[in-house]
Structure formats: C-alpha cells, structure tokens
Design a protein around this ligand. Structure first.
Ligand code: DGY
Length: 321
C-alpha cells in the first residue's frame, strides 16, 4: 500500500522530519517561514493530511477550500484555537493536537516570566546593555519577593499544575479558578475560587493557563485588572487574546500593576508596540515550548496521531469541538 501523503507546513526538528519522511510521502518546508493560506491550499493538493502549527490559520474558509483528499489535520501544538475544529468536523476531517509533552517546558517559562517580572529583569538587562549601570544602589531596581506571595492560576490544568508545583518551591501559596473544582489530589493544597473575581482579588501574581475560547477571550480586561491587588504581577503563557492589551498597557504604565511577564500576544508576531516601551514588561517571543526535547516530542506526537489515523485507529489526541 502506498504511504499516506502529508503536507508539513513548517520546518520541524531534524529527527521529526526524518521520521515524517520514513513513514509518509511527506512534503516538507525546508526554507520555513509561515505559509500563506494560498500556499497551504496549493500544496495540499493531492495530500491526505496536513501537519500544521500555531502560525497556520486554519479557519472555516480555508477548510472549505481544502481538497477532498484531506482527511486529517494534525497540529504541532497543544492549543488548537487556530483551527476551526467544528468546520473540520463538519467536513469529516479529524483534528489532533499534542498535549502533555510541552507541559514542563511551558511551566518553566511561566516561572521564568514570574521571576523576571518580579525582579525587574527587563529593566536590569537594559540598564546593563545600554551602559547605564553606574553603581550598586541600596534602593535601585527593587523588585518583589515571591516567598509568601499568592499565585493565582487561571486554569489549573496540566500546565497550570506544573507551574503551581514549581511555584511552591519558591514558597508561593497557590490559588486557582477552573469551571469545576479539582479533586484534592490534583489541587495539592491549592485554594479554589469558584468565582473568578475572587481569584483576581487574591492574586499577588496572576498567571494565565487556560485555553483561548469564546469564554476566556478578553477575560483579563479593565474591569478584572481593577480587581487585582495594587502592584500585582500578570503573567501570560497561554494565548494573547485572553488579555485586552490596551487595558494591560495602561495598568502597567500607571503603576496600577507592578509588572507583567508575557510570552504570548494578540496578533503575533506584531505585538502591541505599547509593550515595548514599558520597563516593567518582561517579554519573550512565544518560547513556551521552545526546547529541542519538547519540540521533538511535539513532532513525534503529531506524527503518531497521523500514523494511528492512517492505520485505521482513533488517534490518541483527537480533538472534539
Ligand atoms: C502550543 O503548543 O499551543 C504553544 O503555544 C506552541 O508551542
């Protein structure tokens, strides 16, 4: 039997591409660079499946225009808000993602952001690199200690729990909001807030770990930021559209919030320019899963989902709308 034909839209780690080529008739993207939708549509001709990433906007219009031969879209990401899963399902196209394998890497970046924001890392680094560091000062660049502070986690799922686990080692007290309370073994002592407003009020550091959905988009806005304690820190490793940029920038500029640590943005990579002028914004370019170990694991998981599907089995990470 001939091997299934897949289109891989971005350059993937070497070992992942080698496996893609050994299991599939794979069309790779050696030059990389996000694909324009016309390229995806043109290159999808004659393929059985797509292996896409968060930079590919697979909306209803694109799904409607895909050739009838496409039966599965496997995304190299845990998030799948870039794919209209309902539209795919309506056309009989399966969608899979890559949960679990990026949990630790993303939690590590969340801790980096919490520390970087709390300890003025952005302005400290700029002071040094721009030759503005004149001397050690008893009152210079004072940050906030994490020990004894309350970490509010919006979305105590896999990544939220891995972040909580690491934050406990820094002496932080964990609070969280989910739609449903978790069993005690998963809470591990974290305090549940059934009402999200109560979580905002109880968070010295507020860290976002929920998926981007119609319910969570824009949930961090002027009204909810006003509920945070004065000088609180906001951290986002989930998705940019959960935050209202104008509201956050205003709160950081006025000192209403102490600092922010951000890895994800609205309209990536063209983030709101207002962030770039804020010395209390510690910013990274969507590095949450960016380790070779994790990117390999994501690639293998995305391929395993394709392999299972084309072998006639239900893929492990089938996404349902
Ligand atoms: C994901 O997987 O959803 C991340 O945002 C990219 O690694």
């Amino acid at each position: 039997m001939s091997r299934p034909r897949i289109l891989v839209t971005r350059k993937l780690p070497t070992d992942v591409e080698a496996r893609a080529l050994s299991h599939f008739a794979a069309t790779l993207n050696p030059d990389d660079g996000p694909s324009a939708r016309e390229d995806i549509l043109a290159n999808a001709q004659g393929k059985d499946g797509l292996l896409v990433t968060v930079t590919d906007r697979i909306d209803a219009a694109l799904i409607a225009a895909l050739p009838a031969s496409i039966r599965i879209i496997s995304t190299f990401s845990v998030g799948y808000d870039h794919i209209d899963v309902a539209a795919a399902q309506a056309r009989g196209i399966a969608v899979t993602n890559t949960p679990d394998v990026l949990t630790d890497a993303t939690a590590e970046i969340a801790l980096l952001l919490i520390l970087g924001a709390a300890r003025n890392a952005a302005s400290g680094m700029a002071t040094l690199r721009e030759g503005r560091w004149k001397n050690w000062a008893p009152t210079g660049m004072l940050g906030t200690e994490l020990s004894g502070k309350r970490l509010g986690i919006l979305g105590l799922g896999r990544i939220g729990r891995a972040t909580a686990h690491r934050a406990r080692a820094f002496g932080m007290e964990i609070h969280y909001h989910n739609r449903h309370r978790l069993p005690p073994e998963l809470e591990a002592g974290a305090r549940y807030h059934a009402d999200i407003a109560s979580l905002f009020g109880a968070s010295d550091v507020f860290s976002i770990h929920c998926a981007s959905t119609p319910d969570t988009r824009g949930i961090v806005n002027r009204e909810t930021i006003a509920l945070l304690p004065h000088g609180a820190i906001l951290v986002n490793t989930a998705r940019g559209d959960i935050v209202d940029d104008e509201a956050l920038i205003e709160a950081l500029a006025s000192g209403r919030l102490g600092a922010a640590g951000l890895d994800v943005y609205n309209n990536e990579p063209n983030l709101h320019p207002g962030y770039l002028n804020l010395s209390n914004a510690f910013l990274l370019p969507h590095l949450g899963s960016a380790t070779l170990e994790t990117r390999n694991a994501m690639g293998f998981r995305a391929l395993e989902n394709l392999e299972a599907f084309f072998a006639g089995n239900t893929p492990r990470d089938l996404v349902v709308p």
